[in-house]
Design a protein around this ligand. Structure first.
Ligand code: ADP
Ligand code: MG
Length: 250
């Protein structure tokens, strides 16, 4: 397995000199190409901060983050937007779709920006919409579809460019349990079939069980890591639950 993401001793402080809050405390881990990794922890433990540092939305106070050969902590702000667009895909809890655009247009956007030809875009987007079971709502506006459909659209938009790394922050946070399960199954399928690499923040053990590794974070520290190994999803779910109770619950 080839290492894709290498997080080395990152620290993140918020606030001012007299009122300093350490959100991340020398966090190190790596993610191999093709991994589906969940980051779990209670509210306020630093999950979003960690994801935002990796996505270059936020900057670290110290340490390094490598995506392939590129150190994300030293990339110039002039190159940042292009780097993000070419290498990263995002899925947020609240979908972040462009409301005036149709579902199909939302998914097409990253390819249009890249300058890919219209016919080619249509082919790629149609295929992806089929896989995510949203072909029937292609022409609708986000306001006219369900939360589950919106998130599958956001998922298609994140994957359409074949980014090196997909970053998802509580992607099932706003979904009912049936839609959540559907989305997670599709993420797991995209991970398995296309060898996409996914880093997902969640506080939900059921969601985490769809990946193949879980990192536990508490008070900005990485406390423990578990691997699915050869176990099935339900066994992995039970293991995650017992780890959480070993921590004294969330
Ligand atoms: P999580 O996503 O696990 O709930 P966060 O990463 O959002 O946790 O927050 C970690 C800690 O950092 C919390 O104590 C939070 O209050 C603090 N924090 C996060 N963002 C900011 C910010 N922009 N300014 C000050 N403190 C922040
Ligand atoms: Mg958060």
């Amino acid at each position: 397995m080839k290492m894709l993401l290498n997080v080395v001793e990152i620290e993140k402080y918020y606030g001012t000199r007299n009122n300093l809050k350490k959100a991340l405390d020398r966090v190190s881990f790596s993610v191999n190409s093709g991994d589906f990794v969940s980051i779990m922890g209670a509210s306020g433990s630093g999950k979003t901060t960690l994801l935002n540092c990796i996505s270059t939305i936020d900057s670290v106070s110290s340490g390094h983050i490598y995506l392939g050969e590129q150190d994300l902590t030293t990339i110039s702000s002039a190159k940042m937007a292009a780097f993000r667009r070419e290498n990263l895909g995002f899925i947020f809890q609240d979908f972040n779709l462009l409301e005036p655009l149709t579902i199909e247009e939302n998914i097409s956007l990253p390819l249009s920006i890249k300058g890919i030809q219209g016919k080619e875009i249509e082919k790629i987007v149609k295929r992806l919409m089929q896989r995510l079971n949203i072909s029937d709502i292609a022409g609708k506006l986000p306001a006219h579809v369900s939360g589950g459909q919106k998130q599958r659209c956001a998922c298609a938009r994140a994957f359409v460019n074949n980014p090196k790394l997909i970053l998802a922050d509580e992607p099932t946070g706003a979904l009912d349990s049936a839609s959540a399960k559907q989305l997670l199954s599709m993420l797991a399928e995209l991970n398995e079939q296309d060898r996409s690499t996914i880093l997902m923040v969640t506080h939900d053990p059921f969601s985490a069980s769809f990946g193949n590794r879980v990192l536990f974070i508490k008070d900005g520290n990485l406390k423990k890591e578990i691997d699915k190994g050869q176990h099935n999803r339900n066994d992995f779910y039970q293991t995650i639950l017992s780890e959480i109770s070993a921590f004294g619950g969330e």
